[in-house]
Design a protein around this ligand. Structure first.
Ligand code: NAD
Length: 256
């Protein structure tokens, strides 16, 4: 088992990609801390995991104090943290005028300050707060793996400006932290998925989804399990010489 005896925290793991990662990590022997906004979805994920000792913790990753208290609890309960996946995210925020994109072809002139700030807060503040608290546990241990969920939106601008900016910022954070934390044997990488079949994507309208599939050389959406297996590779010793990289499982929709 590739994560035997290790502790992994996956944010936003009450759904979609995070839930699939929690499953794959637990299958490989990890004790998993499942975070989400609501404790019921986190508990539902925990309830389906093989093995024992898993923990459901409700916390908003954009709330610095809530994140600090989540990581204190992890340190108190498990005394270690080997893997952090900064996965919590949204693709829409209230006031982002997505409907104007549909009506007029542009949402930028109509996007509110609050919508912009909330998108950046969830993805950038969230990944920063969680990485900072994780580093406080990983640096003294002299090992760890951090995986950040970016997107093809961050690589290629395929997505609205607030989301693409947040996901692009996550790539900068990944590269900087990989350089800073390498000396402590902590690896930091980003996954940049294309269109994956999760509850997030299921909210996208049929014509847009059809367009995404048509533009994907492999002709289909990815599965959450395909992303989770890549996360396992990066989290485990299989990825022991990989750091600072952005890997994009995307079916060919973006080829760099
Ligand atoms: N599905 C895709 O096609 C796709 C593609 C590229 C990147 N991503 C990224 O992958 C990650 C997971 O997406 P998904 O498709 O599983 O979405 P999802 O909506 O199924 O799951 C996201 C989870 O994050 C949680 N969450 C949202 N804001 C949070 C916060 N502030 N604090 C804690 N938890 C929070 C939600 O409650 C939800 O359970 C996201 O960062 C997303 O941007 C997804």
């Amino acid at each position: 088992m590739k994560l035997d005896g290790r502790v992994a925290c996956v944010t936003g793991a009450g759904s979609g990609l995070g839930r699939a990662m929690a499953q794959v990590f637990a299958r490989e022997g990890a004790v998993v801390v499942v975070n989400d906004l609501a404790v019921d979805s986190a508990e539902e994920t925990v309830g389906a995991l093989p093995g024992g000792g898993h923990l459901a913790i409700a916390a908003d990753v954009a709330d610095s104090a809530a994140v600090a208290s989540m990581f204190s609890r992890i340190a108190e309960t498990h005394g270690r943290l080997d893997v952090l996946v900064n996965n919590a995210g949204v693709d829409r925020t209230p006031g982002d005028a997505f409907e104007k994109l549909m009506e007029t072809g542009s949402q930028l002139p109509h996007m509110s300050d609050a919508s912009w700030k909330l998108m950046l807060a969830i993805h950038l503040d969230g990944s920063f707060f969680c990485s900072r608290e994780a580093a406080k546990i990983m640096i003294p241990a002299g090992s760890g793996a951090i995986i950040n969920l970016s997107s093809i939106a961050g690589l290629a601008g395929l997505g609205p400006v607030h989301y693409a900016t947040a996901k692009g910022g996550i790539l900068g954070m990944t590269r900087s932290l990989a350089r800073e934390l390498g000396r402590h044997k902590i690896r930091v990488n980003a996954i940049c998925p294309g269109a994956i079949d999760t509850p997030m994507t299921r909210k996208i309208s049929e014509p847009i989804l059809k367009g995404l599939t048509a533009g994907t050389p492999l002709g289909r959406l990815g599965t959450a399990e395909e992303i989770a297996e890549l996360a396992l590779f990066l989290a485990s010793d299989d990825g022991s010489f990989i750091t600072g990289q952005a890997i994009s499982p995307n079916g060919g929709i973006h080829i760099a």
